[in-house]
Design a protein around this ligand. Structure first.
Ligand SMILES: C[S@@+](CC[C@H](N)C(=O)[O-])C[C@H]1O[C@@H](n2cnc3c(N)ncnc32)[C@H](O)[C@@H]1O
Length: 240
C-alpha cells in the first residue's frame, strides 16, 4: 500500500528529533515541507538538514501555505498541497512531510491529513510525533506547565481573544502560542482578569536557533520591552 509519513521535527534542535523521525527522513525519496511564501526557506527543513543523507539525492519540495485567515484561500491551499503529496506517493516514491513540533498541534498537517483521508483513501498514513515547542520551552525555563490538579489553557494568540479573560479566571497556567505581536494585548487581558502580579512569567522567541530569546520574570515585572514580537514566540504565565 502506498504510504505517506508525516514527521514531527520538534521545535528547532536537530538533536531533539526522534530516532524514528531520523530513520523515516533518511529513508525517504522525497521530502516535502511547509513554508509561508514562495522562496522562503522552510523552518522544518532547516531543523532536519544536518541529518539529511547528502549522497542520496533526495527530492525536496516546499509546499506553500500562505499566512491568511481567508477560508477560500486556505481550502484551495489544502486541496492543492494534498494533491501534490498524493501524486508523489502514488507515483511509487517514499514521501515524508515535515512539520515543526508535533504534527497534531496547530499544524498544516492536520488539514492535509483530513483532505488525504477523504480524497485518497488508498494511501496509508503514518504519523511520527515530535516534541512540542511549549515542552521544549518549559524545559528551558524550568517551569512545570501542570502539576497535581492544576488546569492549563493553551491559546493561539492570533485569533479572537475574547475568551482569554474567562480562561484566565479558570486556569493555573496559560500558554500562548502563535505570534508575539499579540502578546501585549494578552497581558492586558490577564491583568484585567486579576491574574496575580507575582505569577511566573516566561517568554521565548526563535527557540533553538541562533536568535533565541528566553526570559523569565514575574507578571508584575513585564513591560513592553520584555515582550517578543515574532511569530515564533511562546509565552507562559503561571499562578504561584
Ligand atoms: C503553527 S504552530 C506549530 C506548533 C507546533 N506544531 C508544535 O507542536 O509546537 C507555530 C507556533 O508554535 C510555536 N513555536 C514552534 N516552534 C517554535 C520555536 N522554535 N520557537 C518559538 N516558538 C515556536 C510558536 O508559538 C509558533 O507561533
Amino acid at each position: 500500500m502506498p504510504e505517506l509519513i508525516a514527521v514531527g521535527c520538534g521545535p528547532g534542535d536537530p538533536d531533539l528529533l526522534t530516532v524514528k523521525a531520523v530513520k523515516a527522513i533518511q529513508n525517504a525519496d522525497v521530502i516535502m515541507c511547509p513554508t509561508s511564501k514562495e522562496g522562503k526557506p522552510s523552518f522544518a527543513l532547516s531543523v532536519v538538514s544536518p541529518i539529511l543523507d547528502k549522497t542520496k539525492n533526495q527530492e525536496i519540495t516546499n509546499l506553500i501555505f500562505p499566512m491568511t485567515k481567508d477560508k477560500d484561500i486556505l481550502e484551495t491551499t489544502w486541496e492543492k498541497n494534498s494533491r501534490i503529496l498524493a501524486e508523489s506517493v502514488l507515483s511509487g516514491k517514499k514521501v515524508v512531510y515535515l512539520t515543526v513540533g508535533d504534527p497534531y498541534l496547530y499544524s498544516t498537517w492536520i488539514y492535509l491529513h483530513r483532505e488525504l483521508e477523504t480524497k485518497y483513501p488508498e494511501i496509508k498514513i503514518t504519523v511520527i510525533p515530535g516534541i512540542v515547542s511549549m515542552f521544549t520551552f518549559a524545559s528551558k525555563v524550568g517551569i512545570s506547565l501542570g502539576e497535581g490538579a492544576e488546569k492549563i489553557s493553551v491559546i493561539p494568540s492570533c485569533y479572537d481573544l475574547s475568551k482569554v479573560k474567562e480562561l484566565a479566571k479558570n486556569s493555573d497556567t496559560m500558554v500562548f502560542l502563535k505570534d508575539g505581536k499579540y502578546f501585549d494585548q494578552v497581558i492586558e487581558l490577564l491583568k484585567e482578569a486579576g491574574f496575580p502580579d507575582n505569577s511566573i512569567f516566561a517568554i521565548g522567541q526563535d527557540l533553538d536557533t541562533e536568535n533565541e530569546i528566553v526570559r523569565k520574570l514575574t507578571l508584575g515585572q513585564v513591560t513592553k520591552d520584555t515582550l517578543t514580537t515574532k511569530y515564533f514566540s511562546i509565552m507562559v504565565v503561571k499562578r504561584v
